[in-house]
Ligand binder design. Structure first.
Ligand code: SF4
Ligand code: SF4
Length: 267
């Protein structure tokens, strides 16, 4: 690692500040070209699935069936992993000899490489994200003489929008209410999976069920989520905040509320 700005050592961790530089240059001429796209585990974020299914012009349901495997994480919430091909090399389904066919919409994990976010109590307290450079023995790009700053890399790779979307998602996944106890309720797992990953199904749920009869949603917002996937994603996060975290971010229609109170015998 170059010493133009000496990375700081915090709590036993070598971390890069935005001004720090690191060596890296990945290109087709290297003999390791595409090796990093084989036999790897790539966890997909909800925003990854949104971008990838749109780039492929298929529905979220078809994308999830064809290209992903779903597992249950430590918290009991579903996590989605990119399904590698069943060939000897377990290569990524989007890999060709000339590289990634989904490059402009590649997942966050592929964009951020060779960096990895580091989170410690210290970094969390500072309210900053720090990164370290991964140690991947076969990656020739790490031996390059080219140096680039962390902040330039983050911009060049189109990472800011991913960070923005991920921060919203973390409001759900990092919430104590969900992390205190492992979630085993299948209905909750299914609701979370639909809202986070299966956006087209979530859209049908909002527009075609009794949802809009029960919730007071601005007509402009309804129009927007009919066609805008990012608006739909933001709405899905709100719905999870309401449904899973009991936050009053959605308004129930007064007549529905009155009927519910009557049913429960509340004045
Ligand atoms: S240089 Fe590293 S990132 Fe680029 S293809 Fe080779 S292994 Fe992959
Ligand atoms: S999505 Fe693209 S960059 Fe990421 S592993 Fe697959 S081929 Fe490689």
């Amino acid at each position: 690692m170059t010493k133009r700005n000496e990375p700081e050592k915090k709590s036993g961790l070598t971390v890069l500040s935005p001004e720090d530089v690191f060596r890296f240059n990945c290109h087709q001429g290297l003999d390791c070209f595409t090796r990093c796209c084989r036999d790897i585990t790539i966890f997909l974020t909800p925003y990854d699935t949104l971008r990838m299914k749109n780039a492929l012009h298929i529905s979220s349901g078809d994308f999830l069936t064809e290209y992903t495997v779903t597992m249950i994480g430590d918290t009991g919430l579903p996590v989605v992993v990119l399904k590698m091909r069943e060939d000897d090399e377990k290569s990524c389904p989007f890999l060709t000899s000339s590289g990634c066919t989904l490059y402009p919409d590649r997942p966050w994990a592929c964009r951020i490489y060779p960096l990895q976010p580091e989170s410690t109590k210290l970094t969390e307290k500072a309210g900053k994200t720090y990164y370290s450079v991964m140690d991947v023995p076969f990656c020739r790009g790490l031996l390059s003489d080219s140096v680039l700053s962390l902040s330039d890399w983050i911009e060049e790779q189109g990472i800011p929008v991913y960070l923005e979307m991920e921060a919203l998602f973390k409001k759900i996944t990092a919430n104590e209410r969900l992390t205190k106890e492992k979630i085993t309720n299948k209905k909750i797992q299914e609701m979370y999976y639909m809202a986070c990953y299966d956006l087209d199904r979530f859209r049908r749920f909002v527009l075609e069920s009794t949802f809009l009869e029960r919730f007071d949603i601005e007509p402009e917002a309804v129009e927007q989520i009919k066609t805008d996937d990012v608006a739909l994603y933001l709405f899905a996060i709100q719905w999870l905040e309401y449904g899973l975290l009991a936050q009053h971010v959605l308004k129930v229609k007064p007549n529905v509320m009155a009927a519910k109170k009557q049913e429960l015998g509340i004045e």
